[in-house]
Design a protein around this ligand. Structure first.
Ligand code: COS
Length: 383
């Protein structure tokens, strides 16, 4: 084993223990208070997870994509909202700065993001632009040495906590399509930036998503991230990485769901024996275990392919599509094993069932991921 593999084993083991000994016991508190408790945030900081993907020269752990998915699977043994707190920063919130930022932008933001002193949000989606991301309407207008942003964003994770937003806005004409979109870094507190109260949601207790509006937000030209007109492509490149991360979230929570279902099948007795002795329960467990192992293998292989420098647009789409759809089926079967007890809040399965429903929607719906996959296949076949 190399030293790097040894270090990864230690980190994965620490993340596993932290999830089981600290995060899972805190789930009830998060449900009651709607917030991630300070001792959890501190624990995530101590593990270095806010800087998981940030290069070590900026104070991060500098993990490869494969290393990242190994850690994320462990953390997501607990409800996935814990991951949202640091994962958005590591994912779409920061990838643009790491990959397309200037030295000055990297120096300004990455050390604070890596330590968890600052969180980052990714502001792409709008009220009328979701799956069709290139149709966004937020406008950036050049005024001398400045850009002025006007528009509205929707479903912005961690907006209430974020110190910096990667904002996508149209710098080209209305008809300029994806090539008329640029990215900007907007600091919290910039005049004209308003963050609304978080939505009430179906699940993901403790994770906060809000509307964000830009009313004449004035930025220096140096706030542009990457060259003018490259915002859309850079967002897509960040999402290619982030979708592998999201697939790992689904794998982690699937493991938890399986453990909850198996435990219940051993403890619960009907007709004079544990229900796990019945073949119909066994079939649900076995089908779910096979899907979990297949999703895990797919996600880890896609991560390795990305680390090897391959274009993984299709692999990322397939990983997120398969792992999140599998998590949905696994949640449904494990709740079914719990019978009536699965439908009441006394058992964690009810909350996890609601949480995993989001995984098939955010960072690309299953249907968009199928379109991306088929397009790549057909392009390779010459269409
Ligand atoms: N990497 C690099 N470039 C990419 C890319 C990728 N993964 N995907 C697209 N591009 C490029 C294309 O090559 C094309 O470039 P050219 O104009 O030079 O040919 C350009 O971007 C436009 O691509 P495309 O024509 O495929 O764009 P569409 O508008 O047809 O569709 C989809 C793009 C549907 C894939 C995109 O809008 C998408 O992913 N939607 C979902 C958004 C999402 O996930 N939202 C969740 C919230 S964000 S957390």
């Amino acid at each position: 084993m190399t030293e790097r593999e040894d270090t990864l084993d230690l980190l994965v083991d620490a993340a596993r223990r932290f999830a089981r000994e600290v995060l899972v016991p805190a789930e009830g508190q998060v449900r009651a208070e709607g917030e991630i408790p300070p001792h959890v945030v501190q624990g995530l900081r101590d593990l270095g997870l806010f800087g998981m993907t940030i290069p070590d020269e900026y104070g991060g752990l500098g993990l490869s994509v494969y290393e990242e998915v190994r850690v994320v699977q462990e953390i997501c043994y607990a409800q996935p909202a814990f991951r949202s707190y640091f994962g958005t920063t590591n994912g779409v919130g920061t990838l643009g700065i790491i990959n397309f930022g200037t030295d000055a932008q990297k120096r300004k933001y990455l050390p604070k993001l890596a330590s968890g002193e600052m969180l980052a949000s990714f502001a792409l989606t709008e009220p009328d632009s979701g799956s069709d991301a290139a149709s966004l309407l937020t406008k950036a207008t050049r005024e001398g040495d400045h850009w002025v942003i006007n528009g509205a964003k929707r479903f912005i994770t961690n907006a209430v906590h974020a110190g910096v937003f990667t904002v996508f806005a149209r710098t080209g004409t209305k008809d300029s399509g994806s090539n008329g979109i640029s990215a900007f870094l907007v600091d919290r507190g910039t005049p004209g930036l308003t963050i609304a109260k978080p939505y009430e949601k179906m699940g993901f207790d403790g994770s906060h998503e809000s509307d964000v509006t830009f009313d004449g937000v004035r930025l220096p030209a140096s706030a542009m991230l990457g060259p003018e007109g490259t915002g859309f492509k850079n967002a897509m490149k960040s999402l290619d990485h982030a979708r592998i991360h999201m697939a790992a979230v689904a794998v982690g929570v699937s493991r938890r769901l399986l453990d909850e279902g198996t435990k219940y099948a051993v403890e619960r007795k009907q007709f004079g024996q544990p229900i796990g002795k019945f073949q119909m329960i066994q079939a649900m467990l076995a089908e779910s275990q096979a899907e979990y192992l297949a999703a895990k293998a797919l996600v880890e292989q896609s991560a390795r392919d990305r680390d090897a420098g391959r274009k993984t647009t299709m692999e990322a789409a397939c990983s997120k599509y398969f792992a999140t759809e599998a998590a949905g089926r696994i949640a449904d079967r494990m709740l079914q094993i719990h019978g009536g007890n699965g439908y009441i809040k006394e058992y964690p399965i009810e909350r996890l069932y609601r949480d995993v429903r989001l995984l098939r929607i955010y960072e690309g719906t299953s249907q968009i991921l199928q379109i991306i996959t088929a397009r790549e296949m057909l392009r390779e076949a010459g269409l």
